[in-house]
Write a protein that binds this ligand. Structure first.
Ligand code: NI
Length: 433
C-alpha cells in the first residue's frame, strides 16, 4: 500500500521545506500551530527593522526543517549498529521532528513583556499544550502512542533520556538557534547573522551519546557563534526595541493597576485580558491571544478616559518610542535627579521612566561546543579559536534609562528641562556624579 505523502512549503530561508510524515502534516494543520502565524517572531523589533514581520509559524517550520536534515544525515551516515555504540538511533527521528516543530508553540503575543506582567511562562505552556487532552496537538500526537505527547514534552523540558535528541533542539548550536539567526538576519535585512548552515550540518556527528562537530567544520561553527554575538548587539538588544517594550509593559501595568483598583475600564477593550487580570486563566484563554487582537485593543485604548492609558497606547500604536541614555553604578545620583525633574514637569515617573539592564551571553562556557579529531579525541571550541576565547562569557547588553523624548525638544514647556538634561547627559550617557 502506498501511503506516501509529501507536502512542500516554499520558504525564503531554506528554499523548500518538505514534509513527508502524516503526523507532522497533521500537527501543522492544528489550530494551536496555525495560531503561530499571528504571532511575530521578534515582537516589537519590526518597529525598528520594518522587515521583521516574520512569524513564529515560519520559524517553527524552519526549525523542523533543520532538525529533519540532521536526522536524515545521521540516519544515512551514523546509524547505531550495536547498543551503547553512542551513535544515532533511527527510532528517535519522529520525536525529534515533533519537538522541533512544536518547541515554540506556547509563545504568546509579545511573550516576554506579557510573561513578566502576568506570570505566564511560554516554555511551561508549550509542554501544557502538548500534554493537555483538550488540544488538537495532543490528539494528533496520541495517534503515535498514548505516551508520545509526554515524550515530546520531555524533549522540550530537557528530561528526555536521549541527550542527542535534546541537543538537536536545545544547545549552544541547535536547530532552533540556527533557524532564528538566519531568519532574523534575512527579515531584518542585516548581514550579520549569516553563516554556512550546510557546512555545519555536514560536520555534525553523534558521538558517545552527545553531538559533536568534525574538526574540519571549525571555521563554519566559529562564524556561527560570531554571527550570534553580532545579532545580539545589533538586533536583539537594540535600544529602540527595548523602549517600545517598556511602553507596552507600562501600558499593561496601568491596565492591571486600574483593574485592581476598580477604576472603570471599558470592558470590551480588556475582555481578552480579563482572565489574566483576574489571575484565573486557562490554556483556552491563552490560545485566544495573538498580536492582532492585542494591537486592536491597544488601538481602541488610544481614546480611553484614563489619560495615561490613552497616551501610552498612542505611543505604542503610533510608534513614539522613549528616548534612552546609558548609565552605570556611578551615575545613579544624576539619574535620580533627572527622574525628579521629569516628575516636576508633570509626568508620573512610574509610567514614563524606566531602567533596563538585560544582559545575555551569546556564547558561554556551560556545555561548550565540542569538536572531534581524526583520532576520536575531543576538544572544546574555545581551545581552538582565539576569536571565541575573546568573547566566551562576554555579557552583551547595557544599562539604560528611558524617558519621554519630548523632554529633549525645544518646546518652551521643556526648555528649562532641556538645559537641565544637558547638564547631566553627554554623548548618550548620564554623567557620573
Ligand atoms: Ni525557537
Amino acid at each position: 500500500m502506498n501511503n506516501h505523502i509529501e507536502k512542500v512549503f516554499r520558504d525564503p530561508v531554506h528554499g523548500y521545506i518538505s514534509v513527508n510524515h502524516p503526523i507532522i502534516l497533521k500537527l501543522i494543520n492544528t489550530k494551536e500551530f496555525q495560531r503561530l502565524r499571528r504571532i511575530k517572531q521578534l515582537g516589537v523589533t519590526s518597529e525598528v527593522f520594518h522587515g521583521a514581520e516574520h512569524s513564529r509559524f515560519e520559524h517553527s517550520l524552519g526549525t523542523y526543517e533543520i532538525a529533519r536534515k540532521i536526522c536524515d544525515y545521521f540516519s544515512n551516515n551514523f546509524r547505531t549498529q550495536s547498543t551503547n555504540d553512542g551513535l544515532w538511533d533511527n527510532n528517535e527521528c519522529l520525536v525529534t521532528l515533533c519537538a522541533a516543530l512544536l518547541h515554540d508553540v506556547g509563545h504568546g503575543a509579545y511573550s516576554h513583556t506579557f510573561e513578566h506582567l502576568f506570570n505566564t511562562n511560554h516554555e511551561k505552556i508549550t509542554c501544557q499544550i502538548i500534554t493537555n487532552p483538550t488540544t488538537e496537538i495532543n490528539q494528533v500526537l496520541k495517534q503515535v502512542s498514548l505516551d508520545f505527547p509526554q515524550k515530546v514534552a520531555s524533549v522540550i523540558n530537557h528530561t528526555y533520556p536521549n541527550k542527542q535528541v535534546i541537543q538537536i533542539i536545545s544547545s549552544q548550536i541547535d536547530a532552533d538557534r540556527m533557524d532564528y539567526l538566519l531568519r532574523d538576519a534575512y527579515f531584518t535585512g542585516v548581514n550579520y547573522g549569516r553563516f554556512d548552515l550546510n557546512r555545519i550540518l555536514e560536520s555534525m556527528r553523534p558521538f558517545n551519546n552527545q553531538i559533536v562537530f568534525d574538526i574540519s567544520g571549525m571555521h563554519a561553527v566559529e562564524d556561527y557563534v560570531l554571527s550570534r554575538f553580532q545579532m545580539y548587539q545589533q538586533i536583539y538588544f537594540h535600544p529602540t526595541t527595548s523602549s517600545m517594550e517598556i511602553i507596552l509593559s507600562k501600558l499593561l501595568q496601568r491596565i492591571k493597576d486600574n483593574f485592581k483598583n476598580n477604576k472603570p475600564i471599558d470592558n470590551s477593550l480588556v475582555k481578552p485580558l480579563e482572565p489574566f487580570l483576574n489571575e484565573n486563566w486557562n490554556i483556552k484563554d491563552y490560545l485566544k491571544l495573538d498580536d492582532q487582537l492585542l494591537n486592536s485593543c491597544f488601538n481602541l485604548m488610544t481614546n480611553d478616559n484614563d489619560p495615561i492609558i490613552a497616551d501610552l497606547a498612542d505611543r505604542f500604536i503610533n510608534r513614539k518610542p522613549f528616548k534612552s541614555v546609558i548609565y552605570n553604578d556611578k551615575s545613579i545620583n544624576n539619574l535620580d535627579k533627572l527622574k525628579k525633574q521629569i516628575q516636576k514637569v508633570g509626568y508620573d515617573i512610574n509610567f514614563y521612566t524606566d531602567t533596563n539592564d538585560t544582559f545575555d551571553y551569546p556564547y558561554s562556557q556551560d556545555n561548550e561546543i565540542t569538536f572531534i579529531n581524526k583520532d576520536h579525541s575531543t576538544v572544546k571550541l574555545s581551545k581552538l579559536s582565539k576569536l571565541i576565547t575573546a568573547i566566551i562569557n562576554q555579557k552583551v547588553g547595557e544599562k539604560r534609562f528611558f524617558f519621554p523624548k519630548e523632554l529633549l525638544s525645544n518646546d518652551d514647556l521643556f526648555k528649562q528641562e532641556k538645559n537641565l538634561f544637558n547638564t547631566y547627559i553627554k554623548n548618550g550617557h548620564i554623567l557620573e556624579s
